[in-house]
Design a protein around this ligand. Structure first.
Ligand code: 9UX
Length: 68
């Protein structure tokens, strides 16, 4: 598992936090997910062989948010 931090733009409330957390946790090889509304970021533990950083960012974008 590797830890990464992705900046997430467009989150306005804790519902957004739940949505981002959910789409990330639905991906294979994703462990702990900590999303912060205040910091505008997602801290993710993942197996890069199963879900790449590109795939994680795509999931955030597909949910309607900006992944930096
Ligand atoms: Mo809150 Mo986020 O009502 O798309 S869930 S703004």
């Amino acid at each position: 598992m590797e830890q990464i931090v992705i900046m997430v733009g467009g989150m306005s409330c804790q519902g957004c936090v739940k949505n981002v957390t959910g789409v990330l946790q639905a991906l294979p090889g994703v462990g702990e997910v900590l999303v912060s509304l205040e910091a505008g970021e997602a801290r993710i533990s993942h197996d890069p062989a199963q879900s790449s950083v590109v795939a994680l960012r795509a999931a955030i974008e597909d949910a309607g948010f900006d992944a930096g």
